[in-house]
Design a protein around this ligand. Sequence first.
Ligand SMILES: [Zn+2]
Length: 376
Amino acid sequence: MHRILNTIVYILLLLSIAPIAEAKDFVIVIDPGHGGKDAGALGMRTNEKSINLNVALKLKRMLERDMDDVKVLMTRDSDRFIPLQKRADFANRKHADIFISIHANSISSKSPAHRRINGAAVYTLGLDRSDTNLSVAMRENEVMKLESDYSTTYEGFDPSSTESYIAFEMMQHKNMDQSIALAEAVQNQLVRTAGRKNNGVRQAPFWVLVRTSMPSILVELDFICNPAMESFMASENGSTKLAKAICNGVKRYHSYSSHPSSDTPRNEKKRTAEEKPEITDSLEEQILDTPDTKTKDTDGKIIYKIQFLTSPRVLRSGDKRLKGLKPVEHYNDRGTVKYTYGSYQSMSEANAQLKTVKKKFPDAFVIKTCNGKRIK
Ligand SMILES: [Zn+2]
């Protein structure tokens, strides 16, 4: 009798486990930057490719140990050269749910700060106006020149020409919201778990992120040109902490991306409604001739603008979400694109125009800017 009961219990257990085993794995592609003939940035005693690989291998083991439903794949697990395009192709082919490229940062030895600079930053794809972010991406993209036919593979793109990057403004990632959420979760842990200085979540045009079709981030662990940071990243303890930090960030991201908040469908509905073409009215013409876009806020002067919309990415001119409002300007605030209208010398001038903008964007409000940045 006992034996029969045991068998029944066993069968029931199997039945209850079966659907779980069939559930789709969460596929993570880890991309240790550089490898083989491409050493990446150089330190005093080691190089970027070795640090990246070591942290990546530890990260893989931790993710497999800590997460049940996960499949972790690597673009390389040894010291091999893999072209940028192949790394992205691999992630796409494996239908990865997320893509994490691991790198160590560096600045020119000509810069007086190169032995002192420190901190971690996580990048998502985007074109920030900042020269610093662009130069990090240019350095990381430079590796494509090691491929003999790089201009064919990368469609004439020249990683060291600033002009080449202008086209990136159009190439915004469709997974921008999730990429930013993942970047924020990982960056937060690099500070908390690995004790890195917080250099923030940033946007820059990294080729490897352009070509991936899932939420993707590029982690710059810390600066290899700073000998103290190099020692940390190359040490057993340091590399474990860095891997642990990324692992914690991924777990956080996964826990909230697999339990989306209940108001998501409502938001989506709202967005569709907003995208419906609007019947344009005379309001548009009224607005058209008022703003003085010639007012340049470059010389430390306080300029008032009307902020009316935020977006995870830069919108094309004429996008329906702008509701015909023009001319508009945008600025980047920690990975979010914020749209403004008009430039006014005084708060009262801005408030006068605000009423008109509010007819289209009820949540619009006036912001104070200086040298193109919002100030409080
Ligand atoms: Zn790198």
